[in-house]
Design a binder for this molecule. Structure first.
Ligand code: WTA
Length: 664
């Protein structure tokens, strides 16, 4: 039942949450079910009976220049193709189609700047700017197939840049604004980017951080990069290199206002997005056109029960991550949704800003990460309680497992017990949501992503045999190709096969997560089983952080692990051996953190640095990260006699004990 009561004290809330904790599951609220796009569980059987027909039906909701002749080509696993023979353009589907249908005046984005400035961008506005910028990109020499880098903060131009690329068939390679310029350079180099779109400076909680200047410091000698387009967002003067650098507004003014969308083959690349894998080199996930758009549009429609002409939808992620690509840009625009886009952080100008935004724009669907919810819990219910949240009707979660307490707080304090919660599991690689409740169908359980989306086949299997585990823990796998799946790793085909299909053959996609299946068949995702850590929903590779740390001149060796953390889900812990007789102190720690920030980004800085003379290694010299994880979590260590120097672990355990005592 819906309750609108306001909670007063933290204690009272804790009591109420404790009571809720005893409730194991929640049926879709009757009022929600009544109006839901999908409310009949038969949808699962229908999709399972003929998944190709189900996906073809979803694809048919898009506008195709040439209809597809074949739904799926699975003749060469793990290289799958979808909607063969079909031609369509993503930007046409996101913009022209809606404008042509008389929806040009609908707001695509309510954009709110950190300084309080607002921009209302209609579908017609967005189309006009995308056409112009697509013309400008052509004027700058970008051709179909050329990779375009995008390093922009949460400003409307990032959406324009992505769609302009899609319009002319230039795959974009967006780098999250929180990554360092070094990380951008590396990603531009790996993808042979020809042009980069960036910004003068970005808003950072009331301050302005220069961006173009940082880019210039590292980008100088990159041969493939011929052009840099600079958006003037904060009025910070930039040095512009003649012949290479141009301002966004100037090229826009000079460009042809018309640029018809070019029909692409369904399998033409749409974008590359680099994500962390188990080695230091990030993986270039490649997504294509028809299948990707089908996947994001269908999941956005049904997981969020989107009613495009009524809802105000807000995905509070950053466009630089896949969540932003699929659920700020492509899914919502393909569905003609009205979205909110917030430039800033969740705690600036104050800790109530998110709830002020919900109230101001009457947000009805909110999609965010558990780490944000945990931060809100810490800040206190008085922040959301000070705002009218009655417009909300559905809540979503993504990026990491949501602990039941955070789920229940979200349900109670934000959703006032009337909004279903969809805990959506997916990855950069899957392109779209794979495991999620359907809010009008599924009984939800706090902490479980529940069931695969219709047409998706997920399984929990035994780690060694690959056999299905009916109930219990194992590896999460996806057993049937899906339209929005990655097609390969950019320029690393062999790595694509090895990374995902080596274990159980080319028809079983190995996710990299462990999961548990309960007696009702519900899936509970536990977390990564590879050397990937998830810090506040940000995916990072331990190997990448290690290689950044050893780049520090004083460091001899480093091993990095993810440790459970109350606030951020996981935190980065680095075990570091310094050169020669160097003594580790606080200053040295800060200097190492700075090196990591410079090479990867602030988000990758180790929370803890633990000095050690040696690392636990096998006789062949391989660092035993598993042991380090056990030591850090204070777990019982198994047999250590196979180590080259069994003493090392005892010393480390003592060291951790001391640190823990000091922290307490
Ligand atoms: C984790 C983000 C539990 C998981 C969309 C996955 C989750 C990795 C959930 C992908 C969830 C994402 N419950 N874990 N609802 N959503 N994950 O590529 O470990 O940045 O493999 O994609 O995040 O992270 P990525």
């Amino acid at each position: 039942m819906a309750t609108e009561e306001r909670l007063t004290s933290g204690e009272e809330l804790d009591d109420q949450l404790a009571q809720l904790l005893r409730v194991e599951s929640f049926d879709p609220p009757a009022h929600f079910k009544e109006h839901a796009l999908l409310s009949d569980p038969a949808i699962y059987e229908q999709a399972a009976a003929d998944p190709e027909a189900w996906w073809a039906k979803q694809a048919a909701m898009l506008d195709w220049d040439t209809p597809f002749e074949q739904v799926l080509d699975d003749s060469k696993p793990p290289f799958y193709k979808w909607f063969l023979g079909g031609r369509l353009n993503v930007s046409h589907n996101c913009l022209d189609r809606h404008v042509a249908a008389g929806r040009g005046e609908r707001i695509a984005y309510h954009w709110l700047g950190e300084d309080g400035s607002e921009r209302e961008i209609t579908y017609a506005d967005l189309l006009a700017e995308v056409e112009r910028f697509a013309s400008a990109l052509k004027d700058l020499g970008v051709r179909k197939g050329d990779v375009v880098g995008i390093y922009l903060p949460m400003i409307p131009e990032v959406v324009v840049a992505m769609l302009a690329c899609a319009r002319i068939g230039a795959p974009h390679n967006v780098v999250f604004g929180g990554f360092s310029a070094e990380a951008v350079r590396e990603r531009m180099e790996f993808s042979d980017a020809k042009l980069l779109i960036t910004v003068d400076a970005a808003a950072r909680k009331g301050k302005v951080a220069p961006v173009k200047e940082r880019v210039d410091e590292v980008m100088g000698d990159l041969a493939s990069l011929q052009r840099i387009v600079v958006v003037r967002s904060k009025g910070v003067p930039c040095e512009m290199k003649a012949g290479r650098d141009v301002y966004y507004d100037e090229v826009l003014a000079a460009a042809d206002p018309k640029c018809p969308a070019e029909p692409m083959d369904s399998e033409d690349p749409l974008y590359i997005l680099y994500t962390s894998g188990s080695t230091a080199k990030p993986k270039g996930i490649l997504h294509t056109t028809g299948g990707y758009l089908t996947g994001v549009a269908a999941t956005h429609r049904y997981a969020f029960d989107l009613k495009a002409d009524e809802d105000v939808y807000w995905c509070a992620a950053d466009v630089g991550w896949v969540t932003g690509h699929s659920y700020i840009v492509y899914g919502p625009l393909a569905n003609g949704a009205t979205s909110v886009m917030w430039e800033g952080a969740p705690d600036y100008p104050n800790k109530g800003i998110w709830w002020e935004i919900v109230e101001r724009y009457k947000v009805s669907i909110l999609y965010c990460a558990p780490t944000a919810i945990r931060a809100c819990i810490k800040w206190g219910a008085e922040w959301p309680n000070g705002h009218d949240l009655s417009s909300l009707r559905l809540l979503g979660s993504v990026g990491e497992p949501i602990n039941p307490k955070a789920w229940l707080w979200y349900h109670k304090v934000i959703g006032h017990e009337r909004c279903p919660i969809v805990d959506t599991w997916w990855q950069t690689e899957t392109g779209a949501i794979m495991i999620t409740p359907l809010p009008g169908v599924t009984r939800t359980k706090p902490g479980s992503a529940t069931n695969p989306f219709p047409g998706v086949v997920a399984d929990v299997v035994d780690e060694s045999t690959g056999e299905s585990i009916e109930q219990g823990q194992g590896l999460l796998v996806l057993k049937r190709p899906w339209p929005s799946m990655l097609r390969t790793l950019y320029k690393e085909e062999e790595r694509y096969v090895n990374a995902y299909f080596n274990r159980f053959g080319p028809e079983t996609y190995v996710v990299g997560d462990a999961a548990r299946r309960d007696a009702d068949g519900y899936i509970w995702v536990i977390g990564r089983i590879d050397d990937v850590v998830n810090v506040s929903g940000h995916r990072l590779s331990t190997a990448e952080v290690e290689s950044a740390i050893v780049a520090h001149p004083d460091v001899a060796e480093a091993a990095v692990i993810g440790q459970h953390d109350e606030d951020t889900g996981q935190a980065i812990v680095a075990f570091v051996t310094l050169q020669g007789d160097l003594e580790g102190d606080e200053r040295e720690q800060e200097s190492i953190r700075d090196t990591v920030a410079e090479r990867i980004g602030k988000l990758a800085r180790p929370k803890r640095i633990i000095w050690t003379d040696d690392l636990p290694k096998t006789r062949s010299g391989k660092i035993m990260r598993r042991l380090l994880r056990d030591i850090a979590e204070g777990r019982e260590l198994g047999d250590v006699t196979t180590l080259r120097d069994p003493e090392v672990t005892a010393k480390l355990e003592a060291r951790i004990g001391e640190l823990r005592a000091a922290e307490e």
